[in-house]
Write a protein that binds this ligand. Structure first.
Ligand code: HEC
Length: 694
């Protein structure tokens, strides 16, 4: 189906009018049809529910009046491993992926487990396993469930049995790419990108597979390769004119690691692209050119993958900013005109409203503190950069938002009823620069130095912001605990649902921001919620537990919250008058290191170990300074470092591989001993009373 004449247009978002196919085809584009239909109003078959990724449910049984009766209908306990994922629901079933793509299907109304599928990623992925946990969601289409594993396997499962129907790969083993965004199925195509451009030379692309057969239909590269090899398309040839030096040797970056949306009437797919690799523009492109299509929103034809238009949020990107955040489609009345818009709050702190037919910028205003630009020029659509932002050889620049962004992959939501966008917003700051680095050295890496999570006034905060995209102003905002806000969902019951690091799951009045319902689960909720209906009952489902891909990087954010690896992780489903009772949660383990009589301080060995801990990227899962974030056990509390053989068996020989601990067989015995020394020293810093000295 091309989607140009989508028979179901208008049904989902209005939620009430059932149109016949023909009638819909004859209609003018309906303003509420943005992003088109994917199933019935009671389904949530895709990451953002519709192709327009509004994260909005047209169900309204749970509203401001009834929400006080909302309680747990059923729950299912989950093993440790990534529970920061969004489920999908369709046809009375709920599908959940956790860990490294372990899929479970439930009877959505009762929680009865129907089938399970383990993708086998842990045993197969090799060094890709080191990059965290992988995909944040899955997709449903036509009685099939689609997953894309961390190591690039794209799999269609039978929704009734869980049996694989076809399997493809989107990445090559050892190519440094790993999948971490949810696959989308739009227009009968499975669409999948990947990440990897933060840690090595990766050239980004998006693959489209036929959802029925698994055939690969097309691949859209986001940055040009070596001109000597010829260009894949005219778009790549034009893009190459915006690069300099020998960028292809360094990969370029521009990965589509998170968001994709789709307009069925235009038949355009929208891709959000990531940062450049290396980050430093001098190193990547000899300091010249805009470097298309880095840090950009690109529209391509769904049938062919051919380029249509692009809008670049950060020309010549060099601070790990990227435009890979959700692209919400809606119809807004702006200055008296109906505009079919795409709205994005990328990392860089501005909120962009773009005409999705033409790619023209309508408006861009900061929703968070911004120091890198004074404003976006409405004539040219380009940011006007602040002095000092081009940091080359000038010392460190104080960058707001930080390199982790004012908004990350945690989805925003949009309510067509209030006209507001609900942004999980982050206020963080970094320093960044390249002073003292030898950019000509092969060890220059990303080509930047700095402190990426500054502890200064106003930083390390987070908010739920209700943003008026027409006036480009904040309507209301709520400060949240910590600086890593959860994904959001808006509903036709005029509620906004969002979890919090302190364990509370909250429903806010969508118009005023007043918290109208709170349920305390005792462990962080980062995952975005969904809502669906079965037999006339509306349900809300969310997964509990912290610790997703790379969440060790964000360990400081979870400081003070419950993030022990074996915290209760669950699928939690709520309904009005739900009658389930959650068992009491076991308390977190005391922050006390095990006895370690053989420990002898050795500052030199410990310093070597600190370096190895960083180089081998143990911190990606085990946390900065070995302080845990929920993605892996807290090594300071672990008995393994006190036992030489056991430690080596786990780290170098992969004894816990099948549970998600990668094998580091390149580490020498000496290097592993240095890491062991470092971890034991961190453990000694824990106070005897159990208080953390971090
Ligand atoms: C991609 C994430 C990831 C990375 C990177 C990683 N680990 Fe782990 N590690 C885990 C997980 C998950 C477990 C827990 C497995 C289980 O459930 O038993 C674990 C367990 C361990 C354990 C056993 C702890 C215990 O008490 O059970 C040790 C020791 C360990 N890791 C050391 C390291 C070292 C040293 C590095 C760096 C060289 C490292 N890990 C890198 C994910 C990771």
């Amino acid at each position: 189906m091309s989607g140009r004449c989508n028979p179901a247009t208008g049904v989902v978002l209005l939620g009430v009018i059932a149109l016949s196919g023909l009638a819909a085809c004859e209609r003018q584009p309906d303003p509420s049809a943005d992003g088109g239909l994917l199933g019935s109003p009671g389904d949530w078959p895709s990451f953002g529910r519709t192709a327009g990724e509004q994260h909005y449910s047209p169900l309204d049984q749970i509203d401001r009046d009834t929400v006080e009766r909302l309680s747990v209908a059923w729950y299912h306990d989950l093993a440790p491993g990534n529970t920061v994922t969004a489920p999908v629901a369709a046809g009375g079933k709920l599908f959940v992926t956790t860990g490294h793509s372990r899929v479970r299907a439930f009877e959505a109304a009762t929680g009865e487990l129907l089938w399970e599928h383990d993708s086998g990623t842990r045993e197969r992925a090799g060094f890709i396993l080191r990059f965290g946990y992988g995909p944040k969601g899955l997709a449903y289409w036509n009685d099939r469930v689609f997953i894309a594993t961390h190591d690039g396997h794209v799999v269609a499962l039978d929704a009734d049995s869980g049996e694989p129907l076809w399997e493809q790969t989107t990445t090559e083993p050892k190519d440094g790419r790993y999948v971490n965004g949810p696959p989308r199925v739009f227009d009968g195509k499975v669409l999948i990108g990947h990440g990897g451009a933060d840690s090595g030379p990766v050239r980004g692309y998006l693959d489209a597979f036929d959802a029925l057969t698994g055939d690969r239909l097309w691949r859209f590269y986001t940055v040009p390769g070596n001109p000597a090899d010829g260009f894949e398309s005219e778009a790549m040839e034009k893009a190459a004119a915006t690069w300099s030096g020998e960028w292809w040797r360094l990969g370029g970056g521009g990965t589509v690691w998170n968001a994709i949306s789709y307009d069925p009437e235009l038949d355009y797919l929208f891709l959000g692209t990531g940062n450049g690799y290396p980050y430093n523009h001098l190193l990547r492109s000899a300091g010249e050119g805009d470097n298309l299509f880095l840090c950009a929103i690109v529209a391509v034809e769904a049938d062919t993958g051919a380029y249509v238009w692009h809008y670049q949020t950060n020309p010549a990107e060099q601070t790990d900013y990227n435009a890979a955040m959700d692209m919400t489609l809606a119809t807004l009345v702006i200055e008296g005109r109906q505009r079919r818009v795409l709205m994005q709050a990328p990392k860089n702190g501005f909120f962009y409203v773009i005409d999705r037919v033409s790619g023209e910028l309508i408006s861009a205003e900061p929703h968070a503190r911004v120091t890198w630009a004074t404003h976006v020029d409405p004539e040219t659509g380009r940011p006007v950069e602040a002095p000092g932002y081009r940091y080359h050889g000038r010392g460190l620049f104080e960058l707001w938002p930080s390199v982790t962004g004012a908004h990350s992959w945690l989805p925003q939501s949009f309510s067509p009823r209030t006209g507001l966008v609900y942004i999980p917003a982050i206020e963080r700051a970094s320093t960044i620069g390249d002073e003292g680095l030898d950019l000509s050295s092969p060890d220059a890496g990303a080509g930047v130095v700095g402190d990426f999570n500054l502890e200064i006034e106003g930083a390390r905060r987070s908010f739920l912001r209700a943003w008026d995209p027409v006036r480009q102003t904040e309507r209301w905002s709520v400060e949240l605990p910590g600086d890593w806000p959860a994904g959001t969902m808006a509903t036709a019951g005029d509620l906004v649902f969002q979890g919090r690091l302190d364990g509370k799951f909250v429903a806010y009045d969508a118009s005023s921001g007043e918290a109208v319902w709170t349920h305390d689960v005792g462990v962080p909720i980062i995952a975005p919620p969904i809502s669906f209906a079965v037999d006339g009952t509306q349900y809300v489902t969310v997964l509990t537990g912290a610790g997703a891909s790379g969440s060790g990087l964000f360990a400081p954010a979870s400081d003070g919250y419950r993030v022990d690896y074996r915290m209760p992780r669950r699928v939690l489903t709520f309904a009005l008058d739900g009658a389930a009772t959650l068992p009491a949660s076991p308390p977190p383990p005391p922050m006390v290191a095990p006895d370690d009589p053989g420990y002898v301080p050795d500052a030199a060995l410990e310093a070597q170990g600190a370096q190895q801990f960083a180089v081998a990227a143990c911190f990606v899962c085990h946390g900065q300074n070995a302080a845990n974030s929920g993605a892996a056990p807290d090594l300071r509390l672990s008995p393994y470092p006190t036992d030489r053989d056991a430690f080596h068996a786990v780290v170098r020989e992969g004894a816990l591989l099948s549970r998600g601990m990668p094998r580091f067989d390149e580490l020498s015995i000496e290097q592993t001993e240095a890491i062991r020394q470092y971890v034991r020293a961190r453990a000694r810093e824990l106070g005897a009373d159990g208080a953390s000295a971090r």
